[in-house]
Design a protein around this ligand. Structure first.
Ligand code: TMP
Length: 254
């Protein structure tokens, strides 16, 4: 069989040419990096779980009217997505202080923020993803003020929805990172949610114990990394327990 053409290889995913024009196949690897590629490792089975979690969350978001690049999951590690032009800005939404926010403002991890805070970072490993303002984003032509208004309202909508969804399964959504892309259809451009949503790019803490169930277990060498990813999938009801097909849906806490 002819090898598919590889379009791009990132740190956690590979993009291949899709079966139809305007589509791509997004392949999820087990590779993990942190601190802009300075720390490298493998989280066995992560790709399979993130493919499922991202499918689940993108589908739920699509159902409430958030446009996404997701089309359908193809197999254990691959999903079909629409080809978009990625906007080189990472959108971070924070509800509770953690990570670089805690460092920057000297605020203890776990401190509730007065309201959700949205930050922009320029997507560049070489530069260490520097934080940027709307001024930089518009002056450098990465997005217009109108684009940023759309992105901001989608990001806050995603935050409200995911906060509730995760709370329902006993997880606090501390913060997360989103990426958006431009989707061209005929001569019209729409900004849609792209990339992935998974424990690689979210902080999720158990509501009762504050146990971290996300990539911080890898970043900070906390152990039980694979188990944490599995636990998130299990709580969302998307980890097949009795083999393929045994998917029951979210286990809502009583
Ligand atoms: P931070 O506290 O390290 O700035 O991260 C904030 C959130 O964004 C956290 O949930 C992890 C996520 N994130 C990524 O997914 N990719 C990145 O490159 C960075 C810097 C953060």
């Amino acid at each position: 069989m002819a090898r598919r053409r590889q379009i791009y290889e990132g740190k956690a995913k590979v993009l291949f040419e899709g079966p139809e024009p305007g589509t791509l196949v997004q392949y999820f690897k087990d590779d993990a990096t942190a601190f802009n590629n300075k720390k490298k490792g493998v989280i066995t089975g992560k790709g399979v779980i993130n493919n499922r979690i991202s499918e689940y969350l993108m589908t739920r978001l699509g159902e409430i009217g958030v446009p996404t690049h997701f089309v359908r999951r193809l197999n254990m590690r691959e999903q079909l997505v629409r080809e978009v032009e990625i906007i080189p800005v990472e959108i971070v939404v924070r509800n509770i202080a953690a990570g670089t926010f805690s460092q920057r403002f000297g605020m203890a991890e776990g401190t509730q923020l007065p309201r959700s805070i949205v930050e922009y970072y320029y997507k560049s490993d070489e530069l260490g993803d520097p934080m940027v303002s709307e001024e930089h984003v518009t002056a450098f032509g990465w997005a217009t003020t109108q684009d940023l208004d759309d992105i901001m309202s989608m990001a806050l909508r995603v935050n409200d929805f995911l906060t509730g969804l995760f709370l329902g399964v006993g997880l606090r959504l501390i913060d997360f990172k989103l990426e958006f892309g431009r989707l061209w259809q005929n001569d019209e451009m729409r900004i849609v949610l792209a990339d992935e949503i998974s424990p690689d790019c979210c902080r999720l803490w158990d509501t009762k114990t504050n146990e971290k169930l996300d990539k911080d277990r890898f970043r900070r060498d906390l152990g039980q990394v694979e188990e944490a990813y599995q636990e998130v999938a299990r709580r969302l009801g998307i980890l097949p327990e009795g083999g393929p097909g045994d998917v029951k849906g979210p286990k809502t806490l009583q």
